[in-house]
Design a protein around this ligand. Sequence first.
Ligand SMILES: [Zn+2]
Length: 362
Amino acid sequence: MADYSGDKKSRDGQLRAAINQQLVETGEREKLKELLRVRLSECGWRDQLKLQCKEIVRERGLDHVTVDDLVQEITPKARQLVPDDFHISSHAPLNGLKRSKCPTCKASRMYFCYTCYKYVENINIKDLPTIKLPFTVDIIKHPKELDGKSTAVHAALLAPNDVRIYSYPVFPDYSKVKDELLLIFPSPDSQPLEDYAKVKENSCLNPLKRATHIDTSKLTPLKQRRLQSDSTFDYEAQFNNKEGQLSSQNGAGLPKPNFTKVVMIDSTWNQVHGISTDERLKGIRAVELTEQSTLYWRRQHNSPDYFLATIEALHAFLRQYHEIFIGPYDHEYDDLLYFFKFFHEMVNRNKSKKPGKGHQKT
Ligand SMILES: [Zn+2]
């Protein structure tokens, strides 16, 4: 085995060298580098690093920092900060716009009205992306979540036929449709999305499957803890479900989802538990997202890294949904981040204009 991996390593090395040589000879390498430079600058990566360097110099004094020190300290952060590749439509239709009226409440707003969830009058809706979602989404918004800061409104604007926003404590009566729903919320009972596929009717009754040995190492850390602390929780059933789901594949070889609507909670980290423990939401199956660090420029004080902005969470969920139930993800839902990216870049541009103020958290 060791020889094999050594061979593979040297083959990879040769291949990399050959590709590199070709890129240099054709001039493509310089073009790629330039493109990367432009993209990293646009997304605010360059400005963020500049600010971090300035901060280090300010803290220690110019005489006590060498360029080598800076490189050593900044490089790991720089790698972390490179954003994922998203395919997002051009923001050109938003550039140079002035405030305008909301067609519903007539208030003067920029781009859209965050209380009516409508674009303002000087926006031509046809110029902006519209996304069709594979299920409907209800977002329950905490009344104290500031309208202007919430990213839930982005979802209602960009996927207008599929997203509805409700202001807590007002939301639809779900008591008769709980089987059709999935709540995106991490809890001790929440499961990863792939567990919510339709199970073939007889697969759970298969005695051979019932006797399947449970390998606890395959459980998420959250569930391992739960298993240790709660001996009554039926993990065997969960595992059998999972096996059943593998055999319940549709014609395309992919499982089918067993829900038609997704419910989300839009609030700060501190308020979220107030809504999630509402009696009316009890009994709705909960799904947990795979951990992903938030890009949110307004990261909330004391919230964990993986506490995503609502629009980021919906995007991450759709991406997983697509990969599990539809096929390889090809950026189908990236435009949900259209305004998220636009404001992110705007904040980064403003930060770089005001050195020293970039690290304030709100
Ligand atoms: Zn309005």
